[in-house]
Design a protein around this ligand. Structure first.
Ligand code: ADP
Ligand code: GN1
Ligand code: MG
Length: 356
């Protein structure tokens, strides 16, 4: 690993490299140099992000654009307000060691991320993800590629699901017939964004696409420093960045909760995120998009149900599982959350009236 680090433009050799953080996709390490300066080293998961060139180009475009915006606003301490990646000795955005792909960024000092959401954190997260999208809203079309093609495209996810059901590769279809019916009943209603896009009523925007609270770094006083984990930043339909926060943050249970009674909707978290998000994203959202925000929570929860069930039917090839029925357990828990969100839909729509 010391050899890997030596490929980057660092002014001193590294003296320590230790595992860091608890992300699920990439492997993260903290690097300390002789002069005590610290960096984050990541091994990119190229099974998921197969086009590493595009991935790193996207990240470079995004971070340079945000940096420029912060400089224009005369912000101070910019290296803590946007991730800063270092080039390799031969000026590339990542290092390939013949087997793995690596990148290095500055370690953001005195920062922390949270695993649990509170209403205050939810409000701050809403503002931060909305601001992130707002800062990127003027990137020219085509500036970013889709690092995972059709990542949050519901029609595509349903296609993958139906292919899995038809192939039934490990004979699990019979067992999940009820869930398949529930998914099909909602299929048309859950593809509104794709329909509206074709009708020219909705445009694609740059989204973060992984809006969990642990993808924001906060300072010692609980103020947001920056949004991190930029691998899935890509153009797509706008509901991703509210939808995935509602799905992950407003669930009173766990994503894979065995005890379905734990699952419910924390309305305070939903309201706080929406308030924060509207403060910053409200500058570019259209009235139609604003009206659809609560639908975004249902959509991303439905999409995750479909993705977990697809993986279960396929024999667990995508998500890491901790026991053989894990993807089915996740499916059940996400479906329960979806039903809860459906039950609160009217209440959520009423909450949006203040901006319509
Ligand atoms: P993953 O894609 O695996 O979720 P992340 O990029 O989100 O990986 O990083 C995992 C964790 O490492 C984050 O939640 C955060 O706590 C920490 N982290 C990542 N980048 C930095 C950084 N530049 N400075 C400080 N901490 C960081
Ligand atoms: C994956 O592992 P994590 O939390 O970074 C997935 C998300 C899913 C999530 C479900 C690239 O993200 O889309 O919502 O699992 N990321 C990718 O927990 O597929
Ligand atoms: Mg992360």
């Amino acid at each position: 690993m010391l050899e890997i680090v030596a490929n980057f433009q660092l002014n001193e050799p590294a003296t320590a490299i230790t595992p860091f953080g608890n992300g699920y996709i990439n492997d993260t390490f903290k690097v300390t140099l002789q002069n005590q300066q610290e960096y984050i080293l990541q091994r990119i998961n190229y099974h998921i992000f197969t086009n590493v060139d595009m991935l790193q180009n996207n990240i470079h475009t995004v971070t340079s654009h945000i940096r420029k915006k912060l400089e224009e606003k005369k912000e101070t301490d910019i290296n803590r307000k946007v991730p800063t990646f270092l080039p390799t000795q031969d000026n590339k955005l990542y290092h390939f060691d013949g087997k793995n792909y690596w990148r290095i960024s500055l370690f953001i000092p005195n920062s922390k991320s949270f695993e649990e959401v509170t209403p205050t954190l939810s409000y701050e997260a809403g503002k931060a993800f909305g601001e992130f999208q707002a800062m990127l809203s003027d990137l020219p079309e085509g500036a970013l590629g889709e690092t995972i093609p059709n990542f949050h495209n519901m029609e595509f996810r349903l296609q993958q699901f139906r292919d899995a059901v038809n192939a039934n590769p490990v004979g699990r279809v019979e067992k999940v017939k009820d869930f398949i019916d529930e998914i099909e009943q909602r299929a048309k209603a859950m593809c509104i964004q794709e329909d509206l896009y074709r009708e020219g009523k909705l445009k694609k925007r740059v989204n973060h696409c992984d809006t969990k609270v642990n993808n924001i770094l906060f300072d010692e006083d609980g103020k947001v420093l920056c949004v991190i984990d930029l691998d899935t930043v890509m153009p797509g339909y706008v509901l991703s960045d509210i939808g995935d926060f509602i799905r992950t943050g407003a669930n009173t249970g766990a994503e894979d909760d065995e005890t379905l009674d734990n699952i419910g909707v924390n309305m305070e978290i939903f309201q706080a995120y929406t308030k924060g998000y509207m403060q910053t994203a409200g500058t570019f959202l259209t009235p139609l998009e604003i009206k659809l925000l609560p639908y975004g929570g249902r959509l991303l929860t439905y999409m995750q149900t479909v993705r977990f069930l697809t993986d279960y039917i396929n024999g667990d090839t995508y998500y890491k599982i901790h026991h053989p029925e894990h993807n089915l357990q996740r499916t059940k828990a996400q479906f329960k959350l979806l039903q809860n969100l459906e039950a609160r839909a009217k209440e959520m729509d009423e909450f949006m009236q203040q901006w319509l």
